[in-house]
Design a protein around this ligand. Sequence first.
Ligand code: PLP
Length: 230
Amino acid sequence: MSLAERLGQLQATLRQTKQKSPLAAAKTTLLGASKGQTAALIEEAIALGITDFGENRVQEAEGKWQPLKEKYPHIRLHLIGPLQTNKAKDALGLFDVIQTVDREKLAIAVSSLQSPVSSEAKTGDWRIVTKSYYIQINTGEEPQKAGIIPAQADEFIRFCIHDLKLPVVGLMCVPPADQPPAPHFALLRNIALTHNLKELSMGMSGDYEVAARMGSTCVRVGTALFGERR
Ligand SMILES: *Cc1c(COP(=O)(O)O)cnc(C)c1O
């Protein structure tokens, strides 16, 4: 199947899901999770109208996306993988959105770079591209997975928004692979509602339909859109 055909199927499924789901969001962005995919395939996706892409590693993204972002300035690039504190500055210069704020140390690091009093931000040779953030919630409380556990979510979200003044727009999660995803999406949605956060980044190739039904505003689709990763 071609990229265009896979995209057509995904969009049709999202449309049908929304029509029969009262919790569905007014708009669900189809984000192309492009890790392991070539620049040529990404350009094909851009030509088909995809505007949002997600990468997992700062370094892989830098090589691939610096030229693509110059050529296609309307594209929004999201970081959807873990961010090391020592890569924060590089990430803020490349990604429009960082979806993986998952610990206090990182939140403090990015907010100090964001702040207008930061001397680094004032020097002309470095431009902050990042405009918004999601907090990653480890809804399944899996020890090997990144994210804030649900019991600490309220306090952490308040810390990021009120103390650090970080422009947090929503929450993101990756549910456990061996469980039905719906309860995890419902939990993420409820935490977001508590804090009046509008954006819910949830759903991947295997569960984007369930996620859209439950109010996802951003499904991160890799293999179902691009095919297998190289
Ligand atoms: C790789 C990845 C995706 C896309 O996964 P697919 O199963 O290929 O759709 C989505 N979100 C995150 C955080 C990922 O790492």
